[in-house]
Structures are given as C-alpha cells and as structure tokens.
Design a protein around this ligand. Structure first.
Ligand code: SF4
Length: 954
C-alpha cells in the first residue's frame, strides 16, 4: 500500500483509535470514514482505546502500544469481526499489529491525509487519502468524496465503541471541520533563513516552517452549513457523555471568521452545557476581536461557552519567529494576550482560554540562543503567564519528514542519529509520530535543554542521575512552570551565557548550582517582593554624599519622608537617630507583612502623624474610591504634585506593585523627547510622575535643583545619560555614560548604580549595549555577556527605545485581572473530614456575605491531600489562601483558631490590600471556629454528619 491502492475491495472495515486521555489527540478522519463506509453498505466498526499521552515513553517500539488486556480485546474483536482492512490513525506497535491481524486476512495501514502522519520511510504501511481517495480504497468510484469532498459531502458517524475503561470515561471530544484549517501561507522562498533550501520533498510551499498540515485545499460549503450538519451527526451518533455536557472542537480558521454564525448554530443545537473549542493564529484572533465580542454577548447566559484551546505564540523574539516563518511580530502576540484577558473579564461565564493549553511556545529549536530563551522566560515572568504556558520547559521543536526546518537542520548539520538523552524525545512522551532527533547549534544550550525538560511536572518519576539532581532542585522550587522555577531557569540561562562569554561550555552541575543559588534577587531573598532593604547607615551616609540629595533639601520640599522597607533592627536605628525629626515607625500590614517596617519623618510632627495614619488607612481600605482617596492623600503628604498622586491612585495593581512598570508606561507613552529632569534615577525624583513630561513635576524638580546649587546642576547633566531600569527590584538602575550616540547599539561606561545583583554586575562589566527589536544584550569586547530583555528598560530622555514592545507589555499588565476560579467546586473540598468541615464553615461565612478588607469570599476547593484553598476576590484583584489543620511546628503565614494559613507562591500577598484581606479573613475564621481540636477531629468526623449549618470544625 504505502500510498498505493488496496488490492481488493474491503467489505469489513475496522478502525482502531489511540485516543490520548490527557491530550487532544483524536482520529479526526474516522467519523467520515465510518460514515462513508456504512453508507456504502460496508460492515464497519470503530474501536477507541484511551491511552495516556506518554504511552510510547520508555519503549523501543516506534508504534503506540496497548496494555495486554487491551491487546486481548483487540485480538478478540479482530477474530470475531474478521475485518479485511484495519486502519489506524497513528502507527501501532508490533504487538498491536499482531492483535489486529488475528482475524487472519486483514490488510493493516495507518491512515493519513497528506500530513506528517506515518511519513518516516519504511516504518509501517501508510494509506494516504491525498493519493488514494476513500472511494478507491473501498473499490468504488465516487469523485464526490475526494479531497475536501470527504468532509463536505459525507455524513459523518461519530459512533465509536469504547474499547477500554479509559475510553469509556474520557471526554469524547468530537471534532468538526469548518473549512481550511489555516490559510496562512507566507512562502518559504520569501524567508531568508529558508530561501536557499531544496524544498522539493516538503509537504507545502508556505506557512509555518514547523507545521505538518497538508497543502491547502479549496472548500466550497459554507462553514455554518458544515457546522450544522456535523453537530446534527454528533447529536445522532455520538455515544452519551454521561451528563458531563459536551465539548466540541472546531477545526478551521473559518470558526473565528464566522464566529457570529457559529454562535447562532450553537444556540440552535439542543445539548447543554456546550463548550466549543477554537484554535487561532494570533493575527486571526486580533482581526476577529469585535465579532468575537458580539458572539459572546449573543451567547451570554445560554449555556454555551467559547474556549480558545491553543494560541500559537511560539516565541516572543522576532528572530526566532522569523526562522519559524511564523509571520508574526511579538507585539501582536502580546496584544492577543491582552485581548484574552479582557474577554475573560468581560465574559467570565462565556469565554475561557486557560483550560485547554493556553499559549504554546517553541522555546527550544536547533537554532535557539540562550538570549532568545532568556527573552521567552523573562516575558513569562514579567507578565505572570506561568499558568498559561504549561509546556514552557518542554517546548522543543519536533521535526518530521516533509518540514522545511528538517532541510534547514540538515543544511546546518544539526540532525543527529538519535538522542543521547532519551528525555529530549518529547514526541515519544506526547503521543506524536516518531520525530527526527536534532542538536543545538549553540553548545551552551545542550545542558540547559536537558535540565529544562526535567523540570516538567511529569518528569518526577524519571530516575536517571540528572533527573534525580533536578528532582532535588524541583523539590525546592516546585515542579512544573511556577514563578520560582521560571526564575531558576533564567538563572541557569544567565549562567550559560556567562560561561559561553568566557569560552566555556557549562555542564549540568554548574547550571544547577546557579539555579540553586537563585537569580538576581537572592541576596535580598528575605526582602518584600520587588524591594530591597534600606539600611540606616547607608541612607544617612548617602544623604551626605555628593550626588545624593541633602536631607535638608528633602525636608524643605516634603511634608513627610517615608523610608521603607526596614527590618526591625534598622527601624530602631532610625528611631534612635537624634538628627532625624519626628521619626514615627510602623510595622507594615500590622505584622501580616512579616518583619517589614517603615518610618516617616518630617519637619512638622502633625504632617508625619498624618502620613503614618494614611498608611494605616491604605492597608485597611477596600479597593475602590476609598482606597484611591487615601493613596492620593498619601502622595500629597509626601510632597508629590497632585496630578501625579491622583494618577498613581488610579493605576491598576500590577503596575503600582512595582513602579518599574509605571516608569516604562510613562516613557513609552511619549514618542519624542521628555525633560531630562524627570530621569527616574534623578536624585530629586522619588515618585513616578503622571507623565514623563509632567509640568508640575518639572517645576518641582527645578526648584530642588536650584536649592541644591552647583551640585544640582552637575546632577542634571548626568540625567541626560540613558539609564537602565531593572524590573525585578524597583529602584535598581544603572546610569550608562555613552561613548557613542545612544540608540539601538552604543558603547558605554557604567556610571551611578542603584542596587546590586548579577544583571547589574554584568552591566558594570560590559562595554556595549545592543537593543535588537525586543532583545537587550550587554556585550563585552563584542561578545554577549548577559541578556536583559524584558528585565531591564533603557530610559532615555531623547526618545523611547523598544517602545512598541514595552507598550504592549504594559497593556497586558493593565488588562490583567484576577484569574477566574482557580479553586475547585465546593463539593471537591469534601474529600477529608477537615476539608468537609471547613467547607461547611466557609459556606456559612459566604452566606453571611463575609467581607475581608474589601474582598469577598468567592470559592474554595481542595489544596493537596489535606488542605483547602480559598479564593477572595475584589474588583481587579484576587487573594488565594491555603487552610490546613493547625499543628505545632508546622509552617504558617498566619494562624487562626484551629487553622494555619499559607498562600501559594504563585499568588504572593505582595500588596497592602492583599495582606489586609488575608488578615481580615484569618480573623473571621478564628471568630467563627475558635475551638477546633485537630487531634479529636479524625475520630469524631463520622458522627458529624448532622453538624449545625455553620459547620464548625471540631
Ligand atoms: S498558523 Fe498553525 S496551522 Fe497555520 S501554518 Fe502556522 S502552525 Fe500551521
């Protein structure tokens, strides 16, 4: 067969599917093959075996295996049904082939439709409908089912038989075809990276260079008609879904292009709840934004939900996207992410994008450089996208015959016979066809790639030596994609770059050491997030240093001065300093912020008291007008212009949590020159002006410069230099004294620096800065030393740099709301006695409409085997807390009655409002359940079924 004709006209057809229980892999052609075969009078059956995506991992066979029991079931069916043609949608293992051939006369083949399925030569018989159409396979002559006719003219039959327990319980997830899968077709010839290749053996002439879909075909039936017909077939033939509702995946970009008609068809369809899953290219999604909104409005309250199942971002780097021939700019991807956040907020019941994959990134290809990898990691970290990029560490390019990138890898000598490290074979672990192994062009990427794939959640069971060492690290970081694991990956990438800059190839041990010692902020690990401790001696010494604004000038221009964050010891030093007027200290968050203190001081005691009282008020205030008013008043109390204080109070939490972002937002908002006086590193600018050209701030700065005299004028000259602002710690910055005209590439000498850390140190050691689209590189003698992309912004008064990229980043942050219901449904929390009792208590608190410093109790669900995770929400904000039984010595952020409270590292309590909400919740919990005795609890719970409706834990 292998593309040729079947030797006889099959009368009995058996379809065998390996449906991934934990992925979307389904046999897309089978409903149409089954429908046509039955309509043509053939006996036909479709067996679905549910298999884990990692079914091929660890084995040598290139085909998909089945368990012994499943093989026996297949063998039995083959004997009884006695098919003369058995079709698979993926290459089967030798054992499965033997079982399927048990009838004794069947021809076996893997069914393809012009794509990459079964394309590795000599592996298994391949029946390609693009060459041998279905009518010919069945010994008929029927041109109406050739090409797209198979989908446009055949009544599909979704009547699979669940052949094992997994298939019975898994989501059936039928697919419907609405037209051409994707019309993106930028010619490979137009791409300089691919232009010199011989592409004769490739599947297509254009599109993404890693895409395995076949050459495009012309469809004639309208998408709504196709949808109606296939939904009707689903209704008629799909086995029941056990009351779970129905999910249907829509294939073809027409789904978005005709989203209004899709919504109308969905409203006519009777099954509820109904979830329609769509894929999208970033540019197609952006183009469909308004029709999509209109469709979601039409679907509101109907029980139909639209979900974006995967958004192919691939990379945040221009050069990497170009190699993939993706035809996108990173800013478009960022705009698409912003749109997803907006839609999620506008239509919480009708739209989602997180559950089925989120963003797909190809973080590692044979040509990926450490700087490009660092960019992807840094964007994920900066925007808090960890929960949307589950495959961040395993996003390796998979090469299959017929792809232009195979030819590019061959040209560059990057194809290898096999992977020396089997964990690099991600196709084998994800139920994809066998991939062609490759290596990195950059040797420093090898160890990095081997470690990153082992950070994946499902790598926990691997037992090779490197996996064991990574497991130790992962034990400290949390496995999978978390803020800490992303920071560790960045630290390793930085270490790989530093080693390469010195001509070394870093080994896994060196990289793991770098990850363990952490990234830029580890010296300050105990400091509050985005901040660094202030020390009295340095503050007082600095105030007297040339280049630092004298205390007297500060006191003359500010009713109150605030110094933060301080440890208790440092706070004491401020209090005991006799030269500081009216020092008033307070512990942040009333102690809920750990050991972070702050002091206020000023010439007039009443101004200082007022400022300290405002700080209390801000911590207690609920988000909304009350909080905005208090924040504005605080700005005025600290001597900021009114316009700036008001503007700060209006900003959303992600931007004010770390004022780095506000500086970026203000600078990129103005395309041209702004006053050098408002350089963020200027000694007289201790706040973020409402605009990078704010007149009131400029007047204030000039007053302070005049008051400072000659030194003020000298400092103003420095402010004309570009300055690198670092994202991780607010206030961390390095002045660059330019040796050439500043711009996208210039030589420099490091000047004044605020803060410390590996990136600051790299800038000090470097001598040249390169801004290439969104990449920011520090060079030393022409060699890359560090990648600062998405981690440092070059502020320059003459013009904004990388403006489009940073503007898009800021807009994503502005659009970010709280994540929707991460917590599971209440019933899910009732798995243990503790969880059941706690759920009862929480239900009672919610009935009482509990408010916690402006947050309301939204939902709760299980957190690990013995905890309960609670979600508190406020407009634009969310707090999550984990509740556990209180036990002596167990770690806790807060203790409340019988409970100890912690919070997930992915949701730090890093703002006064969140801290106040957590404390208020803990107090309410303690008041509602004061007497819980955990030791008794385990024994008593069986008698507790009729506990009162308050559900007090015992
Ligand atoms: S956008 Fe998706 S479907 Fe279209 S060519 Fe690229 S990878 Fe293929």
């Amino acid at each position: 067969m292998s593309g040729g004709a079947v030797q006889h006209a099959p009368q009995r057809l058996l379809l065998v599917e390996f449906a991934a229980t934990d992925r979307f892999h389904r046999a897309l052609l089978f409903p149409f093959v089954l429908g046509y075969a039955r309509a043509a009078g053939r006996a036909a059956r479709w067996l679905r075996f549910g298999v884990p995506a990692a079914a091929r991992a660890g084995g040598r066979d290139e085909g998909v295996p089945l368990s012994g029991a499943d093989e026996a079931r297949l063998r039995g069916t083959a004997r009884v049904f006695d098919p003369d043609l058995v079709l698979f949608h993926q290459t089967p293992s030798a054992g499965v082939r033997r079982a399927a051939a048990a009838g004794g006369r069947a021809t076996l083949a893997v069914l393809a439709d012009g794509g990459t399925v079964g394309t590795r030569p000599g592996r298994f018989r391949r029946l390609d409908l693009a060459r041998t159409p279905l009518d010919a396979v069945l010994g008929l002559r029927d041109p109406s089912v050739r090409g797209t006719g198979l989908f446009e003219n055949v009544e599909p039959d979704y009547g699979f038989e669940a052949a094992n327990e997994a298939a019975e319980t898994m989501d059936p997830l039928p697919f419907v075809f609405l037209g051409e899968e994707c019309t993106y077709d930028r010619p490979f010839r137009a791409n300089r990276f691919l232009a010199d290749l011989s592409l004769a053996g490739c599947l297509r002439r254009g599109g993404c260079a890693f895409c395995g879909r076949p050459e495009g075909r012309r469809w004639t039936t309208s998408p709504p008609v196709l949808l109606r017909r296939q939904l009707a077939a689903i209704d008629r033939t799909l086995p029941g879904t056990g009351g779970r509702g129905l999910r249907v995946r829509l294939l073809g970009e027409a789904a978005l292009r005709h989203v209004g008609a899709v919504a109308r068809e969905a409203l006519r369809f009777r099954r509820r709840p109904l979830r329609l899953l769509l894929d999208a290219r970033v540019d197609r999604l952006l183009a469909a934004a308004e029709p999509l909104r209109a469709a979601l409005r039409a679907l509101d309250g109907s029980g139909v939900r639209l979900e974006l199942s995967l958004l192919g971002a691939e990379s945040f780097g221009t050069a990497a996207l170009e190699r993939l021939n993706k035809g996108l700019r990173p800013e478009q991807t960022l705009r698409a992410i912003r749109l997803l956040f907006e839609l999620e907020r506008e239509f919480p019941a009708g739209f989602g994008f997180r559950e089925h994959g989120g963003l797909s990134l190809l973080t590692m290809t044979p040509w990926t450089t450490p700087a490009e990898l660092a960019l992807d990691l840094a964007v994920v970290e900066a925007l808090g996208l960890e929960s949307l990029v589950g495959k961040l560490f395993t996003g390796r390019l998979r090469l299959f015959p017929g792809l232009p990138l195979v030819e590019a890898a061959r040209r560059d000598g990057l194809l290898v016979r096999r992977y020396a490290d089997p964990r690099l074979d991600t196709a084998r672990r994800n139920l994809y066809e066998t991939e062609l192994p490759w290596r990195f062009a950059r040797p420093e990427m090898e160890s990095l790639g081997r470690i990153l794939v082992r950070l994946e959640a499902d790598a926990a069971t691997a037992s090779d030596p490197l996996s064991r060492r990574v497991a130790e690290l992962a034990g400290a970081l949390g496995r999978g994609v978390t803020p800490r694991s992303v920071a560790a990956a960045l630290a390793m990438t930085d270490a790989a770059m530093r080693a390469a800059a010195s001509g070394r190839k870093p080994g896994p041990a060196a990289l793991l050491r770098a990850a363990a010692s952490g990234g830029a902020s580890r010296d300050e690990a105990a400091a509050p997030r985005h901040e660094t401790w202030v020390r009295h001696a340095e503050w007082r010494g600095a105030a007297a240093e040339p280049g630092r604004l004298p205390l007297s000038v500060l006191l003359d221009h500010k009713p109150a001065i605030k110094v933060e964050p301080l440890t208790a010891t440092e706070c004491d030093r401020f209090r005991r300093d006799p030269e500081l007027p009216h020092v008033r200290a307070r512990r942040r968050g009333g102690g809920a912020g750990g050991e972070a203190w702050e002091v206020f001081l000023g010439r007039r005691a009443r101004d200082v008291v007022a400022a300290a009282e405002l700080a209390e008020r801000i911590e207690r205030a609920r988000p909304g007008p009350e909080l905005r008013d208090a924040v504005t008043r605080m700005g005025l109390a600290l001597g900021y212009p009114q316009c700036c204080a008001r503007a700060f109070a209006r900003e959303r939490p992600p931007l004010v949590d770390n004022v780095f972002w506000l500086h970026v937002a203000r600078r990129v908002a103005i395309p041209g020159r702004v006053p050098a006086e408002l350089n963020p590193l200027a000694p007289w600018l201790e706040y973020v002006p409402c605009s990078a050209a704010c007149r009131a701030s400029l007047a204030r700065a000039r007053r302070m410069i005049r008051a400072w005299g000659a030194e003020g004028r000298r400092q103003l000259e420095r402010c004309r230099h570009p300055v690198l602002l670092f994202r991780e710690i607010q206030g961390q910055a390095v002045e660059l004294e330019p040796l050439d005209e500043p711009g996208e590439r210039f030589r420099y000498r490091a000047g004044v620096a605020g803060g410390a850390g590996p990136l600051v140190e790299a800038v000090r050691r470097g001598d040249e800065l390169v801004l290439d689209h969104e990449l920011t590189l520090v060079l030393r003698r022409g060699r890359p030393l560090a990648a600062l992309s998405a981690r440092a912004f070059l502020w320059w008064h003459e013009r904004p740099l990388q403006a489009e990229f940073w503007r898009a980043m800021v807009e994503v942050l502005r659009a970010r709301g709280p994540e929707p219901r991460a917590a599971a449904a209440p019933e899910a929390a009732a798995a243990t006695p503790f969880a059941r009792d706690t759920a009862g208590l929480l239900a009672a608190l919610r009935r009482r409409r509990l408010r916690c410093a402006g947050f309301v109790l939204e939902s709760w669900g299980a957190s690990g085997p013995d905890g309960v995770r609670v979600a508190l929400v406020a407009p634009g904000d969310r707090v999550e807390l984990d509740l556990f039984p209180r036990r002596p010595g167990a770690p806790a952020f807060l203790e409340a009655g019988a409970f100890r409270l912690t919070y997930p590292t992915t949701r730090p309590l890093d703002s006064p409002a969140r801290l106040a909400a957590a404390r208020a919740f803990a107090a309410a919990l303690a008041a509602a359940a004061p007497d819980h005795d955990d030791d008794d609890h385990d024994h008593d719970h069986d008698d507790d079924r009729d506990h009162d409706h308050v559900g007090r834990p015992r």
